[in-house]
Design a protein around this ligand. Structure first.
Ligand SMILES: Cc1cc2nc3c(=O)[nH]c(=O)nc-3n(C[C@H](O)[C@H](O)[C@H](O)COP(=O)(O)OP(=O)(O)OC[C@H]3O[C@@H](n4cnc5c(N)ncnc54)[C@H](O)[C@@H]3O)c2cc1C
Length: 535
């Protein structure tokens, strides 16, 4: 059942077995799992069924560190941030779970196998009904057999994209599961129900109730055996900090760890690959490609676990952003197509048409390649047209840093609660990782005769700080990290908040380290694992 708190004055007190706070990927996944086991679930969602500016404004906050789009990076309505995610999915590497003595505060308290056991179901939950074939099979399906890389250094890395609808919209949790939530009697979704406060027992070690409030002032309370924060990687920490503000030492913050170790995947260009000839072969190997099964994939590169240990680097990945060769027939054809589509006949159109005609071989090859992989020429800019150069774009794991943190600001939102304050930092290990990774790509591509790479200035000795070149990816990690020792983390190996008997956390905030890849599939795998524990 879905109910709107704004229009439900008499809703009063709700009883449930489990109360979930937040209806994004994590919250909806747990609701479905527990719902199917017959549990009475109450899911309180701060937003409604669509984007609303006033709800979104509650996500505003103060930023004192590197730039963060506190509003653009999160969406505050049913389905959460998946309402505008990219659908790019992959699993963490087993090496991401290890304690690495060159990465301070690394190491998960659970083994990779404990998460991997849930990945197959997580794919189905995330819309991949079929088509998730093993990597080697996928490369051959895409006719993208990788070059003969030294796999002690670099390996091809594969991402799969969640399916898109006929209108181009990407599969997401709201559109996929709204009907199910409406029709399931033992799941009570309360919209416009914003977290207001927790009630606790005398020792503040058990949550006894949750108050929620709509922006029009209507309020309700939920009484449940167990409570789970599913409000996203920043908000999960904020809600615990708000709890700890009233109950010092409780809500997992006995050792001032809540909100610390705030990480993302830092993203930015690290070099330019230049080739004397065209990069057609590479473009068929490292690119965004559509398979004959209609699924989209991206192939990039990542460092082997051995080289990460040898070179003392973090995990990371690189993708190629091809720059269209401005003199090629295909680039010119694309220019003509764009002009005509915009109803515009450029003065130099005659010359351009001649350029296409005189480079027909290249044009035909390009069209053939695009059609074979299911892309249209117009679809994706320079990635499919002949190119002599490519920007190397990195996604970097971050080293957990207790000074990089989320805390509470002195400013208050319209519900009277302290807003969030973020201080996101990028350290030297990230720069070192980027330099080693780009250097390895340069060496391997030179050895294979693909081209020469030029490192960007920030990677050279004495260059500007890494934070000048890297930006955020909206993957908010680590703020309620998992650790056996409450001095090192906020939740235990079962995602239970340390020191609390019935409060749990779901989402990327529990990742102690984040690898390099997009987090949502792992969020879902951990949510399934938590649901099993709660059920
Ligand atoms: C532009 C963009 C592109 C992205 N692309 C990808 C991608 O390609 N692949 C990938 O893996 N990830 C991607 N992500 C990240 C992905 O969207 C998140 O990892 C995922 O949505 C996190 O799920 P969640 O359930 O933890 O949080 P969310 O999806 O953010 O859900 C949190 C929910 O809690 C609710 N809520 C928040 N605060 C409160 C409160 N105080 N009271 C009540 N309810 C509250 C919110 O309204 C929301 O519904 C992208 C993100 C962005 C911004």
């Amino acid at each position: 059942m879905i109910q709107d708190l704004t229009q439900s004055k008499g809703v009063g007190a709700i009883n449930a077995d489990v109360c979930l706070i937040g209806g994004g990927a994590a919250g909806i996944t747990i609701a479905r799992e527990l719902g199917s086991r017959g549990k009475r679930v109450c899911l309180v969602e701060g937003g409604s069924l669509k984007y609303e500016t006033e709800s979104q404004n509650l996500y505003d906050g103060q930023n004192v560190g590197l730039p963060i789009a506190l509003q653009g990076g999160r969406l505050r309505f049913l389905g959460g941030t998946t309402n505008h995610w990219g659908g790019r999915c992959a699993e963490l590497d087993s090496s991401d779970f290890l304690r690495r003595n060159w990465v301070p505060h690394s190491g998960w308290p659970i083994e990779f196998s404990e998460v991997a056991a849930y990945y197959a179901r997580a794919r189905a939950v995330a819309g991949f009904n079929a088509g998730w074939l093993p990597d080697a099979q996928t490369f051959s399906l895409l006719k993208a057999e990788p070059p003969a890389l030294n796999d002690q250094l670099l390996r091809p890395y594969l991402w799969r994209f969640a399916p898109s609808g006929a209108d181009g919209s990407i599969w997401n949790w709201r559109t996929a599961y709204r009907k199910y939530l409406e029709e399931t009697a033992n799941i009570h979704v309360l919209l416009n129900a914003n977290f207001q406060s927790f009630a606790t027992d005398a020792t503040a070690s058990r949550v006894t109730g949750l108050s929620v409030r709509a922006r029009n002032g209507v309020s309700a309370s939920v009484s449940a055996e167990k409570y789970v924060l599913c409000s996203g990687g920043i908000e999960n920490a904020r809600l615990l900090l708000l709890g700890a503000e009233k109950n010092p030492g409780a809500f997992g913050n006995a050792h001032d760890v809540v909100g610390r170790y705030f990480m993302q995947h830092a993203r930015g260009p690290s070099g330019l690959l230049v080739s004397p000839g065209r990069l057609a072969r590479l473009q068929g190997q490292f690119n965004v490609l559509r398979g004959p099964n209609g699924m989209d994939y991206e192939i990039g590169l990542s460092p082997s676990p051995q080289v990460q240990a040898q070179r003392g680097m973090l995990n990371c990945s690189a993708v190629m952003q091809y720059q269209g060769d401005p003199d090629s027939g295909a680039a010119t054809a694309q220019d003509i197509w764009r002009s005509l589509r915009a109803g515009h006949w450029a003065p130099d159109m005659g010359q351009k048409v001649w350029q296409v005609v005189s480079d027909l071989g290249d044009f035909a090859r390009s069209v053939q390649q695009r059609l074979a992989s299911g892309h249209s020429l117009a679809q994706d800019g320079a990635s499919g047209i002949p190119s002599r150069s490519a920007v190397i774009l990195l996604d970097l794991e971050q080293a957990p840093d207790p000074q990089s943190r989320v805390s509470l600001s002195e400013e208050r939102d319209s519900l009277g609660l302290r807003r969030v304050r973020t201080d996101w930092r990028i350290g030297e290990l990230e720069r070192h990782t980027a330099a080693v990774m780009t250097g390895m790509i340069a060496t391997e591509f030179a050895r294979l005769g693909i081209g020469r790479c030029r490192l960007d200035p920030w990677l050279q000795d004495g260059g500007p700080p890494a934070s000048d070149a890297l930006g955020e990816t909206y993957h908010y990690i680590g703020t309620t990290r998992m650790a056996d020792d409450p001095r090192e983390g906020v939740v235990d190996r079962n995602c239970a908040v340390h020191g609390m008997k019935n409060l749990f956390v779901a989402g990327s905030s529990v990742f102690p380290t984040g690898g390099h890849t997009n987090p949502t599939l792992t969020i879902v795998a951990l949510a399934l694992r938590l649901a099993e524990h709660l059920g």
